[in-house]
Design a protein around this ligand. Structure first.
Ligand code: NAD
Length: 486
């Protein structure tokens, strides 16, 4: 396979602070690999404390003295709409770079670029429609909410769908008048390096958006511990979330945490079987399985279990794995050799924990690159590691159940609680199960549809707080109560 290398790759990836591209103060860099050749294709600036200090200083100045927090919502909204237009107009280039850096299939990377534009458009509209509460006691008093931006928001993002997930934080943070320091994931810094040009063209004032690349334990850690950053919005692993929680505690920072998952897809015998198979295939193998809401445990009622497993395995074997830049590809290359090793180690563990019915290693004909064949284990017991632990790759565990009670116990029997998918034609059961399952988000007989006004977030080890719609606005603003006696 000849590898597609995008034209015009940067010769190095730098920070962007106060409207300028800069290297690390001490000149530190780290290697960035592409997941098809696993060769270093560029060096990125590795931010340290001094770089975070510079970025926070610029963001604080823009907040204190700049026009952005004081602009009318309508004026900020115009800038956000221009950002959305620019992202949309560059969607093909964004997708090309994202695919090159992450290994995501190109058609899916294109969808993610469009979602990034939509995130900006959505929050651009929301801030002009925002209404705040007023409470009156007739003749006695008036009380109203004075909503204010908070200051410098620290945004720390993961490597799966990096550009889109950055937009999910950037859009509400700046829409509400804050200034930001973004620390993107070190595996995938390429697409974030496109934000500065987009923001400049859209007319975002200097210092509102600052970008510091680098490792989590260095740049990320310094951002979390910076006293000038009152808010941290983090998306990543639950374990990292715990560390950040601890490090932010002495400063009593506002925290929003979108963490890991091991979400169940529960298929009852009365479900539309073909629709359930299609959706659960998509649910775990799209985005290379590197999806926080992946339905990575499928629980199937005993009466249809054998038929389901047979159909599922057959369909998993038809999923097209290959060159991420090929529009026919459905599963590309996993992001990084370290992550590939992790996923492969779970594939090996799974072989002694369940019955392998599809995949189980590197696909034939793809001798290099981080490729894993869509892998399906059936008969997986609830105490298996592949049932309990987040793998974050194209690997799924299927487990039978005999009753609704057992299905619920299995669904809830993990530390995570991000998403759940329920397949049944019994309306009452669907709603009762949905309301009992420990998950922040539930999809009934559906997959991957979501209105941006709804809450997004998890329970248990999957997160803390909700973003989405006005909840994001609430996270990024202070709601001061003002009381007047009449
Ligand atoms: P990760 O936790 O390793 O890293 C996420 C980010 O945190 C990176 O930018 C990293 O550099 C930074 N970081 C690491 N250690 C840090 C520290 N000590 N202090 C500050 N920052 C630090 O996660 P990942 O491997 O990049 O992403 C995959 C994980 O993200 C999975 O667990 C997935 O489920 C989760 N995720 C959750 C959601 C959601 O919305 N719930 C969405 C996408 C991904």
């Amino acid at each position: 396979m000849t590898q597609h290398i995008p034209e015009g790759l940067p010769d190095r990836i730098r920070h962007y602070i106060d409207g300028e591209f800069v290297d690390s103060v001490g000149g530190e860099t780290f290697d960035v690999l592409d997941p098809v050749s696993n060769q270093t294709y560029v060096q990125a600036a590795a931010g340290q404390q001094a770089d975070i200090d510079r970025a926070v200083e610029a963001a604080s100045r823009a907040f204190r003295e700049g026009p952005w927090p004081r602009m009318l919502p309508r004026e900020r909204s115009r800038v956000l709409h221009r950002i959305a237009d620019l992202v949309e107009s560059r969607d093909a280039r964004l997708a090309e770079l994202e695919t090159f850096d992450t290994g995501l299939p190109i058609t899916q990377a294109l969808g993610q670029a469009r979602r990034a534009a939509e995130n900006f458009r959505f929050f651009a509209d929301l801030i002009v429609a925002q209404a705040d509460d007023t409470y009156k006691v007739p003749g006695r008093q008036v009380n109203y909410v004075n909503r204010k931006p908070i200051g410098v928001a620290g945004l720390i993002t993961p490597w799966n769908t990096p550009f889109m997930l950055e937009s999910w934080k950037l859009a509400p943070a700046i829409a509400t008048g804050n200034t930001v320091v973004l620390k993107p994931a070190e595996f995938t810094p390429l697409s974030a390096s496109l934000w500065p040009e987009i923001f400049e063209e859209a007319g975002l004032p200097n210092g509102v958006f600052n970008l510091v690349n680098g490792l989590g334990e260095e740049a990320g850690d310094a951002l979390v511990k910076h006293p000038g950053v009152p808010l941290i919005s983090f998306t990543g692993e639950s374990r990292t979330g715990q560390i950040i929680f601890g490090n932010a505690a002495p400063y009593l920072k506002g925290l929003s945490m979108e963490l890991g998952g091991k979400s169940p897809a529960v298929v009852f015998a009365d479900a539309d079987l073909d629709a359930a198979v299609d959706a659960t295939i998509f649910g775990v193998f799209s985005l290379n399985g590197e999806r926080c809401t992946a339905g990575s445990r499928i629980l199937v009622e005993r009466a249809i279990y054998d038929e389901f497993v047979e159909k599922y395995a057959a369909q998993a074997k038809r999923v097209v794995v290959g060159d991420p830049h090929d529009p026919k590809t459905e599963v590309g290359a996993l992001v990084h050799p370290e992550h590939y090793e992790k996923v492969m180690s779970y594939v090996e563990i799974g072989k002694s924990e369940g019955r392998l019915v599809a995949g189980g290693g590197r696909p034939e004909g793809l001798e290099a690159g981080n490729y894993v064949a869509p892998t399906v284990f059936a008969d997986v017991p609830k105490d298996a590691r592949i049932f309990q632990e987040e793998i974050f790759g194209p690997v799924v565990a299927i487990t039978p159940f005999d009753s609704e009670e057992e299905a619920l116990e299995l669904a809830n029997g993990v530390k995570y609680g991000l998403a759940a998918y329920i397949w049944t034609n019994d309306l009452k059961r669907a709603h009762n199960f949905a309301q009992a399952v420990e998950a922040g988000m539930v999809w009934l007989n559906s997959n991957n549809v979501r209105d941006l006004r709804t809450p997004f977030g998890g329970v248990k080890a999957s997160g803390l707080g909700h973003e989405g719609g006005y909840r994001s606005i609430d996270f990024y603003t202070d709601q001061q109560a003002v009381h007047i006696t009449l």
